[in-house]
Design a protein around this ligand. Structure first.
Ligand code: C2E
Ligand code: CA
Ligand code: CA
Length: 855
């Protein structure tokens, strides 16, 4: 019986059974029974398979009523359609009262039978599940398979083609979140859909290929291949397709390729391996394809070993804290140290943090390890103070994972206070990339720590992408620059320039800089020459056991400086540009539209804008003249106010405005202003970061709309809309339903449509007449169906036209039921309630499903 739904026909008349079988057997698998008892017995055994029952009323042994009774007693929820040659209203009422879903009159009209059966099945929970199943199997944004379904399909494909070669590919877009944050979520979604379409096209050209969306910007496919070259060519073509979406986006797809050596592996493992391979090329512009090698798998096993042993290792104190001194370039003496953890494994020897920290970050264990390290440091600081030493501050690392603990600041305070250690001795290093993960959280943690007297350092500054704008967003005290990120080999001193400008910028912002990874004397000289205050690196000292550090610190005791140099760079325009042309490199390379501007209290001008600014607005801002001329009048005051606030505020001050651009439509712009300093009396200098937020504004509107819909959803729809020009029938309908519904009466399709739009979230069902002035029922339906906002609201047609052709038409147009006038109150009541019940059940299921998939 393959995939056809089963329909059970119960009738003692063989000819009638045959007729139904002929009508239905194209679309359904028809099972016959001769009386109610036989039918019930079959149903009891095949409840899952039978999707609809058609039952005659008058039969020997057990008649139609008896059958309905019996399935009610047993709680079977299967739609039952009753058929009889007796079209009398009494019978209909009685049958519906017994719980039948629908009623068909003999002799049969083939189309009506088909549609009524289809309608009944659609109203069942089974069908609702089918819809839900769609939601569960397909990615709702792109319409392609989701992860689960894709993996299942892949399994089946591989099982059916054991003799062929397959490749499993996984890809994502590097730094996809930048697309979202610069161009808006809508644009991000559009891009994702575009990628999915590309995959669909690819699949259409090939045999044996499955594909799906794994999550966010991650996609995967598995397909048959001839040669490895062919696969790489294909990927390159596909990369071009993706990139051609928008050449302004800095799109770098990352591919992980796994040529399957074992088709029986679980597709989940294949995905893991392809993911592993993709990681080998992360962040590398040239090398966008990583190929899986068995060694990688060995690494996975090593990782697993680490995971298996970590808890015991912590208990057994196998984790040892090392300290690496930081030196002041002014005094050449140690000025503090960074705590770096080591794993002294009893059998494997020392394991480097580079191996286990990423694993712990993945599984969350890092939090426990970090707490351990912090406590060790607190104990030592306490001990040194007790010994009468004046210890230098020690910095510890905070992992990105630690930031997700909302109580982190309180935890640190509690820990440090437990050992009664002055807060300024316990410093914290936070890596810049954590900011990309979650700017809001990072900002909060940093300011929470600072408010409580802790010094916070931005670790690995320059490794991320947000360099310029991050500096005042997150108000850290100290900048750590890793020399190893600026490999100076063969780029004409450009890295030196960048490092110099970073150090200088830090000074302007009143932040001391620590250079780490310093290995050579030349580097030390260079850093001294550009005014870097602190250095850390193998040139001075490697990370060392704490007792060694103690010795070192005691030797240098007299010379140590623990005060952080207060950098007071006086800002002049001159210094801003002419003495620091390197600054421009940093500025120009920023992906964010940025500008330096001058404000005199009443107007502002752009002194300098970067490339990204030009890309965004199509002009350089400087030659455009007075910006207030092209900012929409109603926002001018907001903008001026923002400048004034920024002067007082010392933080980024944001304003949003609409402006004209030379070509194209008006843009919504977000401008974040940061005051840098006063220049020549009245004028102030600012850094402005600008972004096109037109898309966000649109998204916000969408969301507002959506929220309205959701709110409307909370209360069950309580309105019932009647579209009927006959006063009499309108009144009767009102009588029937006014106890449980608020009945809205309208006299023609047009009025009805207007009311439906107005109350779209509150209308439970529409009762529609066919023949009306101004706009008839058919046009009403057409318009309703083409309006997404209201197309889902159920409609029951109540018409005096008993023409079967019309009935067929209407059912085909998606009408939920069709009742002919003159009507009997009970029939209408039953049928309308049926429709409403179904709809509510479906809503509920969708909700439950959505809640379920949120976890
Ligand atoms: P990081 O915080 O950037 O630490 C600096 C790393 O650079 C350390 O590597 C240090 O030994 C190394 N280093 C310092 N000077 C030089 C130099 O002149 N040349 C070279 N080639 N390397 C130098 P390490 O100890 O292997 O730690 C690696 C990373 O592991 C750290 O990077 C940090 O992110 C993480 N880590 C280490 N200990 C902890 C910890 O207790 N907690 C957390 N959350 N992360 C830690
Ligand atoms: Ca660090
Ligand atoms: Ca670092």
């Amino acid at each position: 019986m393959a995939n056809k739904d089963v329909v059970l026909v119960i009738d003692d008349d063989r000819v009638d059974r045959e007729i139904l079988k002929t009508i239905l057997s194209n679309d359904y698998y028809v099972v016959e029974a001769q009386d109610g008892q036989e039918g019930f017995d079959f149903l009891a055994r095949h409840e899952q398979e039978v999707k609809c029952v058609i039952v005659d009323i008058y039969m020997p042994v057990l008649d139609g009523y008896g059958f309905l009774n019996k399935i009610n007693e047993h709680g079977l929820k299967i739609p039952v359609i009753v058929t009889t040659s007796d079209s009398g209203e009494e019978t209909q009422v009685k049958v519906l009262a017994e719980g039948a879903w629908d009623f068909i009159v003999k002799p049969y009209n083939a189309d009506i039978v088909k549609l009524r059966v289809q309608n009944a099945i659609m109203r069942t929970e089974f069908f609702a599940f089918k819809k839900l199943k769609y939601i569960a199997e397909y990615d709702t944004l792109t319409g392609i398979f989701n992860k689960d379904k894709f993996l299942k399909k892949t399994r089946i494909m591989l099982d059916n083609n054991r003799d062929k070669q397959f490749v499993f590919i996984r890809f994502d877009i590097d730094r996809f979140q930048l697309v979202n944050s610069f161009y808006g979520v809508n644009e991000g979604d559009r891009f994702i859909k575009y990628i999915a379409m590309g995959l669909e096209n690819l699949a259409n050209q090939r045999n044996n290929l499955t594909y799906g969306r794994i999550e966010a910007d991650v996609f995967a496919l598995c397909g048959e291949y001839e040669s490895e070259e062919e696969v790489f060519e294909l990927i390159e073509k596909h990369v071009e397709v993706i990139k051609s979406y928008n050449r302004n986006f800095d799109i770098v797809p990352n591919f992980g390729v796994y040529f399957l050596d074992d088709l029986t592996l679980s597709p989940n493992v294949m995905l893991d391996r392809a993911t592993l391979a993709a990681k080998t090329c992360k962040g590398n512009y040239i090398d966008t394809i990583g190929v899986f090698k068995p060694e990688m798998s060995a690494r996975l096993e090593k990782e697993q070993e680490i995971v298996n042993e970590m808890v015991q290792a912590l208990q057994d104190e196998q984790f040892i804290v090392y300290l690496q001194p930081k030196y002041s370039l002014e005094t050449n003496a140690p000025a503090g140290a960074e705590a770096l953890v080591r794993w002294m494994h009893p059998e494997k020897g020392m394991i480097s943090p580079g191996l286990f920290i990423p694993v712990f970050e993945k599984n969350g264990f890092i939090e426990r390890l970090d707490h351990y390290v912090w406590e060790v440091i607190c104990k030592y600081l306490r001990k040194w103070i007790d010994e009468g030493l004046k210890p230098n501050p020690i910095s510890v690392n905070i992992s990105r994972v630690d930031l997700y603990n909302p109580g982190i600041v309180d935890f640190i305070i509690g820990l440090v206070d437990k050992y009664n250690v002055p807060h300024e001795l316990f410093q914290l290093e936070l890596t810049e990339t954590a900011y990309m993960d979650n700017p809001q959280v990072m900002k909060q943690v940093v300011s929470g720590l600072k408010e409580n007297g802790f010094t916070v350092m931005m670790d690995d500054f320059g490794s991320g992408y947000s360099s310029l704008s991050i500096l005042k967003e997150v108000e850290v005290d100290v900048l750590k620059i890793d020399m190893r990120f600026f490999d100076s080999s063969g780029n004409d001193g450009r890295s030196e320039n960048i490092i110099a400008s970073v150090v200088r910028m830090a000074k302007w912002l009143g932040m001391p800089a620590v250079a780490e990874g310093v290995e050579k004397a030349e580097q030390v000289n260079f850093l001294g020459s550009v005014g870097c205050e602190y250095v850390q690196g193998f040139y001075f000292a490697r990370p060392m056991p704490i007792d060694e550090y103690e010795k070192l610190a005691k030797e240098n005791k007299e010379k140590t400086v623990s005060k952080i140099v207060d950098a007071t760079g006086v800002l002049t325009m001159d210094k801003l540009w002419s003495s620091a042309p390197e600054m421009e490199i940093l500025f120009s390379n920023s992906v964010q539209a940025s500008a330096i501007c001058e404000f005199d209290g009443n107007k502002f001008t752009y002194l300098r804008t970067n490339n990204a600014y030009k890309v965004l607005f199509g002009a350089d801002g400087v030659s455009e003249g007075n910006p207030l001329d092209y900012i929409f009048y109603e926002y001018k005051n907001d903008v001026l106010e923002a400048f004034n606030n920024a002067v007082d505020n010392d933080e980024f001050v944001e304003c949003q405005y609409q402006r004209r651009v030379q070509q194209g439509k008006a843009l919504w712009v977000s401008m974040k202003l940061q005051f840098i300093g006063k220049i020549g009396g009245e004028k102030s200098i600012f850094i402005a970061n600008l972004a096109d937020v037109t898309m966000q504004k649109e998204v916000e509107n969408e969301l507002r709309k959506l929220k309205k819909v959701m709110n409307g959803d909370k209360n069950k729809p309580k309105k019932l809309l009647v579209v009927d020009d006959s006063e009499l029938s309108s009144r009767i309908i009102k009588d029937i339903f006014s106890d449980s519904y608020e009945v809205i009466l309208t006299k023609n399709g047009l009025e009805g449509l207007n009311q439906l739009k107005e109350y779209k979230n509150e209308v439970a069902v529409v009762l529609l007449d066919m023949v009306m002035p101004v706009m008839d029922g058919r046009e009403f339906l057409e318009r309703k169906n083409s309006d997404e906002d209201i197309s889902d609201i159920p409609v029951v047609v109540i018409s005096s036209e008993s023409d079967e052709g019309l009935q067929v038409d209407m059912l085909q147009m998606g009408v939920n039921d069709y009742i002919t006038k003159p009507f009997v109150a009970e029939i209408i009541e039953r049928r309308v309630k049926n429709v409403i019940d179904y709809n509510e059940r479906f809503r509920r299921m969708v909700k439950e499903y959505q809640n379920m998939s949120k976890d």
